[in-house]
Design a protein around this ligand. Sequence first.
Ligand code: MOS
Length: 727
Amino acid sequence: MTVSPIGREIDRVDGPLKVTGSAPYAADYRPEGLVYAYLVQATVGRGTVRGMDVSRAEAAPGVIAVFTPFHPLPLKSPSGESGENYSALQDTAVRFRGQIIGLVVADTFERARDAAALVSADYTVTPSRTSLADAGPGVPQGLVQKLAPGVSSIDAALASSPVTITTSVSQHAHHHIAMEPHATTAVWVDDQLTVYCGAQSPQRAAATIAARLGVEPAKVRLICRYTGGGFGQRSPVWNEALLCAAAARALRRPVKLVLSREQVFTAIGHRAAVRQTIRLGAEADGRLRALSHDSDGELPAAGGWQMMPGRDTSAVAYRTPNIRIDQRLVTLDTPPTWSMRAPAEAPGMFALETAMDELAVRTGVDPVELRLRNYATEDPVEGHPFSSKYLDECYRVGAERFGWSRRTALPRSQTDGDWLIGMGMASALYPAWRQPASARARFRDDGRVAVASATSDVGTGAFTMLAVVGADELGLPVSSIAAEVGDSALPPGGVGAYGSSVTTSTVPAVQAACRAAVKALVQSAVDNPRSPFAGLAPATVRYRQGRIEANGRSVDFRTLLRTMGVPHVEAVSTSAPDKSASQYKFHCFGAHFCEVRVHRLTGEPRVNRFTSVFDVGRVVNAKAARGQLTGAIIWGIGHALLEADPIEPDGRFAAASMADYLVPVHADTPEIDVHWLDRPDPHISEFGARGLGEIGLVSSAAAIGNAVFNATGIRVHDLPITIDKLL
Ligand code: MOS
């Protein structure tokens, strides 16, 4: 009897390869004849390249070619692909400091890098627009409004509320800091291109590369079997990878381009800076009458992701008769932006949950009780019921595990020596998204079943998810499943690794593919003349735990395939959400509870402990789920206390290196108690998984900020919460 692996603590199937350094990443491929490229980036914030001197670089040892706007590599303009809105080297415009203006190719990495330093450029410089504050209100994008009958405007609803709160918060640019810096190895064989490059969607990335190089989609294969972090930054293809592939075509040699850590900060998109204002109108007992959420997000002239922090947050979180969400974008001459893990939800919920804490303070209602008084059972704007929502249970279980009842509402009322102790909480939510997805299951004559989908494992555990679900469906041990992802040549229809949607979308496809493959195996067993089951009716043959059985005979599939002389039997299946799903609002929920200490004399804030409880539907792998949720909460520590990259008036990032841009390390990270309610979502799929990659990052920063207020009585509105703001 095989025990189902679903929901258990399963080790990563790719773990041993990764920890022994034998999992190949994009820069690890070394095809015959490989040469090396290095970027040259603009050193002014905005303007035009008047001329470039490449003579010293061209004369440097080992240099093969120097490409610039004056000697470009041909690339098509983007048309609908995501990411930057221009192709590098096709014109002399400088849109931001750090834009690629050259690519040097040499016989070694070091020689390419040294020669790149010998390239000089003359510019005509024009002033950069770099400050959200100076640029004023942006261009309105996504107005969401619902007003109760008879209410003329959100301002009227706020004005008539007994209690009002206005809270403005801001945050600078954030960076993804994926463990694997961006790298590409491009190999042409005749007119067929293989690109090794980390990607969140191998098929979408391959299609983009084909379009931008002007070749047939079928001519490009993208391999990202191992990808060292995505976080949104690897959903588009950036100019660097396109140039690498174009250089390989021009030079008729494989080319590798590895970005330095510093180059990733500017050549690859960051999370947009954003300023937000929340206005709440409430009854004296804290029940909301009105919620207004305004935002101004950075949108670079060079292209970027549209920062809409109110859409899946304030429009969903609380029962409110009047809601207005006005999301505006401000054009700046900054490096491109892109989505970054809980891209809009983390900043949006920081704003809302900070304001909710201020409302709790003002009304004297306990923060948990305040949220229960405003509990939404349906989407407050559209009126759709939530498919499944146990957030109230998250509050209860979380408060109990954390010891919330020991909190005192009065700031500075708890101390431990010179440390002020504070407790805070916040609600989390993140949209659940099921996409149509495809998978393939293949019984192989080596006794294993390959389960494949053209999605990507960006470190989240997708390999293991495929193996666990395949093993469960087929009644086999996890070790009998060979999981495959990260290759655009896999059957079409794999989902991109974004929006916390891979598990939600892919599990039903894997289940369908396994069922179809079993059917195909049975059919093959009755059709094949060499099979011991030849001639039987398929209905009399059954599959059980890797064995084919009929008439008292039982043969394992490996033996059967070998007996039949068939190397494998497979099926590909696609699975899409049910039409009835459209009547529901699908969201994940959670509750964070956090204790901080702030030093009375130095203002140093530290996180003491964290408890978070989530309602995310059914969980495939408890170990991977805990890793995802814990990692995201740690990211929330960065969001609250450490991460920021202000931009200088000349367009230069102030912290474009890991020496300057701070992320949480072990010393910043306390014991984190992560718990989830195991409640399958009955409407999202038969399996009931709703996704959990990003929700941990949503509101964890707000819980910290609220705890800092409870400790100190100081409300910090401009992130990160640093020592200088607590004195
Ligand atoms: Mo994530 S920002 O959906 O890659």
